[in-house]
Design a protein around this ligand. Structure first.
Ligand SMILES: [Zn+2]
Length: 325
């Protein structure tokens, strides 16, 4: 294990689960845990659950003779990072809005707490410790229930004027297309997310009188069907890949990144997925930006969020002038 002085607790609040870990500033995981995120419950329930997770990590640390110095959290939604305040609203978390997250947690656990958007924290993790660590101009896409985006420009996380930017999943790919949770329509998320793949598969299967069951709601199962050359799975997934490739081509043209990192459950379904996205993007992006860009799968899996959150929290702690030693 690396730096025993600089230990933090990282949390990654997702639509299904809360993932968390005790780790070092250098990205070494000491122990980790996972529990339901209670996404559809009230904020108090979600906060209480996070406090319990933090205490679990604190107790583990104390038993190992370690002292966590900071807590970092990636949460869905747009976050005022100065105050760690969540503005509304996030479609997968119905009541999770207008919450003073950092303040609430700080009062209960007596540690400095820093909060940022979950997709930003995943991007931060990949930037520091994963596929992006040798690069300064990076686009991260997380393909799951929705599509999250993270943007690094010259080694700095880009957030926009009100910390509400980098919503790459809400780029329009179909004019007046499917209505989106964001209030717009035709967004990339509606055509290339896991949710979109399941919805399209179900539509095609229904047309062919195929009886659907719960397994068909699991995108990993649909990828299995894809590999078995199931017609409907092929059609749904190839379409999603096509839209993602078109979106990626736009991001290449706009940002001229060195690398595009694609993470989330869907990206872990096999190298063919990334290869196909690359093929489509290559066909549509402009030559000058396309020339040297790399398109790769994320390398940290579902640890990127909490590793990024701890690294980010330490950065903020140092920048606010507190001695970390
Ligand atoms: Zn949208």
């Amino acid at each position: 294990m690396g730096d025993k002085q600089n230990i933090g607790i990282g949390l990654d609040l997702g639509g299904t689960s809360l993932k968390y870990a005790l780790c070092t500033i250098d990205g070494d995981i000491i122990t980790q845990g996972k529990r339901p995120s209670y996404a559809q419950d009230n904020p108090e329930k979600i906060l209480k659950n996070m406090v319990e997770a933090i205490i679990e990590m604190k107790v583990y640390a104390e038993r190992s003779g370690l002292t966590p110095r900071v807590v970092g959290l990636g949460s869905p939604g747009s976050i005022d990072i100065d105050r760690g305040f969540l503005h509304g609203s996030t479609p997968n978390f119905r009541f999770w809005k207008n919450v003073a997250i950092a303040e609430e947690l700080k009062q209960r656990i007596k540690l400095p707490v820093f909060v940022d958007n979950d997709a930003n924290m995943m991007a931060f993790g990949e930037f520091r410790f994963g596929a992006g660590r040798k690069y300064r101009n990076i686009i991260c896409l997380t393909i799951g229930t929705g599509i999250g985006g993270g943007i690094f420009i010259n080694g700095q996380l880009y957030r926009g004027a009100a910390c509400a930017g980098s919503e790459l999943g809400h780029s329009t790919v179909v004019i007046d297309g499917i209505a989106c949770n964001c209030g717009g329509n035709g967004c990339l998320e509606q055509y290339a997310s896991a949710t979109a793949i399941v919805r399209q598969y179900e539509a095609y299967a229904r047309d062919s009188q195929i009886k659907l069951n719960d397994r068909h709601k699991d995108v990993q199962f649909l990828f299995e069907l894809y590999r078995e050359k199931d017609t409907h799975a092929r059609r749904a997934i190839d379409e999603a890949i096509y839209y993602l490739g078109r979106g990626v081509a736009s991001f290449i043209n706009i940002f001229n990144p060195e690398i595009i990192i694609i993470g989330g459950g869907v990206a872990e379904s096999g190298s063919f997925y990334i290869d196909k996205v690359r093929q489509i993007a290559s066909k549509f992006a402009m030559e000058s930006s396309l020339k040297d860009v790399k398109l790769v799968a994320a390398s940290l899996g579902n640890t990127a969020g909490y590793l990024g959150a701890v690294a980010y929290a330490f950065e903020r702690l140092i920048n606010t002038g507190l001695n970390t030693k």
